[in-house]
Design a protein around this ligand. Sequence first.
Ligand SMILES: *Cc1c(COP(=O)(O)O)cnc(C)c1O
Length: 447
Amino acid sequence: MEKLLKFDNEYLWHPYAALHKGPSRFLAKAAHGTTIETADGLKLIDAVSSWWCMAHGHNAPEIVEAIQKQSEKMCHVMFGGFTHEPAIELGEKLVNFLPNGLNKIFFADSGSIAVECAAKMAVQYQYALGRPERCKLVALKGGYHGDTAGAMALSDPDGMHTLFRGIMPHHYFAERPNCRADGVWDDSDFTSMEQIVEQHKNEIAAVICEPVFQGGNGMWLYNAHYLKKLRELCNRYGILLILDEIASGFFRTGPKFAMMHTANDAKSCGENDYIKPDIMCIGKALTGGSITMAACVASEKVAETITNSKISAFMHGPTYMANPLACAAGIASLSLFESRDYATSVARIEKRLRANLEPLRSLENAADVRVLGAIGVLELKAKPTAEDIQKVIRETGVWLRPFCNYVYTMPPLITTDAELDRICEAIKLIGECKPAPVIEGDDEFHE
Ligand SMILES: *Cc1c(COP(=O)(O)O)cnc(C)c1O
């Protein structure tokens, strides 16, 4: 074990981390259900669903079997010139699962790539309509859409990517919506977006945002009424609306997709009760966290406009597009989403998280508590030290991955109440840790 960690420390980069980090990393050996086992014998509850994708828990047997079976027939074939049953079957399942009218599917190999595709699709749509000058997007401050250049350029302009401004295309940003998801709506929350769109409408191809739940940059939950106003505004000026449901989709916020919070009753809404985007991105939980796969899904209007134009082809094509192993995993994952009552599980999780986390408001270091669906956030005034966090993880057997001042859980949707209690206890212990001394210029975001 020492040897493995030594090699890792010497040669392998990790996400948002320095190369030589020291021996603090866990060596994962196996993972089943809610639990990750480490080489030194720890059993950790994965309270962050391995960065929000492990919806059904680790190594769901149905998904493992689907990948195994597919691997015996064909691990990969190029999607240019070929198609295959796994892609077609996953497509059929998605057409049924996704909101009506969103059914032209472009498979991408990661969430960031799906976002890149969405932006390109919007620009190509405007081009097809004879409006080539419409090549800018509007995004929200506090948003996160991925780590590739095009996706960084749409993420919070003052967030973790400022150092790369030089290679990013320039877009417009509206203020972060301030009205809380569980609070009352105030029309002034929309003023910034309205002004920017009206000022630049002839340059704007699309507006992109994460509906209701802004994840990677601030764990913020905002009022769904914002999205209704946004839909109207986009309609008024022929601007497309792109919703990035990569984190919020697949029941994470309660309903199947977060856009459904715009219905009067998100839990039992009909197809015409909620606002829909022209393009949506999905990823993360799509394959139940087993293998990388995402998709950019367009409405008929967008797809047909591009298809009926002179260029007609959508100009994008990753090497591993619609990889058959990933498609097989996606089919098995969607079958689980269809057959299990996750809406009820998430309502249970939400209730438990609320009961456990709301009292943490009284902690001296607490700045805010936010809960929606299977998302629970304790925002601190100051972050604890990495060593203290590590200690809580080892002692409680709960894997948490706080960043900036956010200690949060987004557990697998199969997590039991007893496990949720343990997770919340660990969050509380981190909330009770002494704040780390502030180091000038310490901008490390994730580790
Ligand atoms: C994670 C995430 C992405 C990027 O997905 P990757 O698969 O990491 O490239 C994009 N948008 C949102 C909202 C995300 O949470």
